[in-house]
Design a protein around this ligand. Structure first.
Ligand SMILES: *[C@@H]1O[C@H](CO)[C@@H](O)[C@H](O)[C@H]1NC(C)=O
Ligand SMILES: *[C@@H]1O[C@H](CO)[C@@H](O)[C@H](O)[C@H]1NC(C)=O
Ligand SMILES: *[C@@H]1O[C@H](CO)[C@@H](O)[C@H](O)[C@H]1NC(C)=O
Length: 195
């Protein structure tokens, strides 16, 4: 191809290629054995797909078997938004809005009250699936949850197992909340790209 080009230009290309090849092995060689490029098929990663999951997240704060416990109390009793509160969770994820419906996973992690205006949570959760081929695979959700908004969007920042290289987002909608006990059921629609 270079031969078809005018001569000064072809010399420029040849020179550029020479410089490229001269520099590349040197910089890769510095860390040989430390990093290499591989074909994604070697990891069984064929075609990226988009999946939509719908689960119901049960935050049980009351009763003898709470799945959400306060590990840090808000340091100030003057905050109406519980600013500073941290709850650790191991919340059931079920297929329907009733807690008695089929368990398909657990949301494990924590949420922290991170807003001084309006109740806004920082959510940090692994959705650990238990169902079928997804059993043992996880999706990691991190985001901002203004709990009194109708729809809250948070990021899927990664995953494991069948969700390696996952990215996407979730939409959370409150299904039921008891403001006395704090118990809540939230519908999560998860849109995730994965292999
Ligand atoms: C906050 O706590 C202080 C000290 O215990 C107390 O004096 C005050 O009344 C409390 N304020 C509210 C709004 O509960
Ligand atoms: C999920 O995997 C665990 C551990 O391998 C196993 O004990 C359990 O029975 C599995 N659950 C389902 C629903 O397949
Ligand atoms: C909230 O929970 C309390 C305590 O279990 C219960 O008495 C009350 O009826 C519940 N409120 C609603 C709206 O379900």
């Amino acid at each position: 191809m270079a031969r078809l080009l005018p001569s000064p230009f072809s010399h420029f290309i040849t020179l550029s290629l020479l410089i490229f090849y001269a520099l590349t092995p040197a910089s890769a060689g510095e860390n040989s054995g430390f990093v290499r490029r591989i074909d994604r098929r070697l990891l069984g990663l064929k075609r990226e797909k988009l999946s939509h999951f719908r689960v119901y997240w049960h935050d049980v704060q009351s009763g003898p078997k709470p799945t959400a416990i306060t590990v840090v109390q808000p340091p100030s009793n003057t905050s109406t938004t519980f600013f500073g509160l941290i709850n650790m969770i191991d919340d059931p994820l079920t297929i329907g809005p009733a807690l008695s419906s089929k368990l398909v996973g657990r949301a494990q992690g924590l949420y922290a009250s991170a807003s001084q205006q309006g109740v806004g949570l920082l959510m940090v959760m692994n959705f650990a699936f238990l169902e079928g081929k997804y059993n043992g695979s996880t999706i990691t959700v991190l985001g901002r949850n203004m709990v009194f908004s109708k729809v809250r969007e948070m990021s899927v920042i990664g995953g494991s197992g069948l969700f390696r290289f996952a990215r996407g987002y979730v939409e959370a909608r409150t299904n039921k909340v008891n403001l006395t006990t704090g118990d809540a059921v939230v519908e999560y629609n998860i849109y995730v790209m994965h292999y």
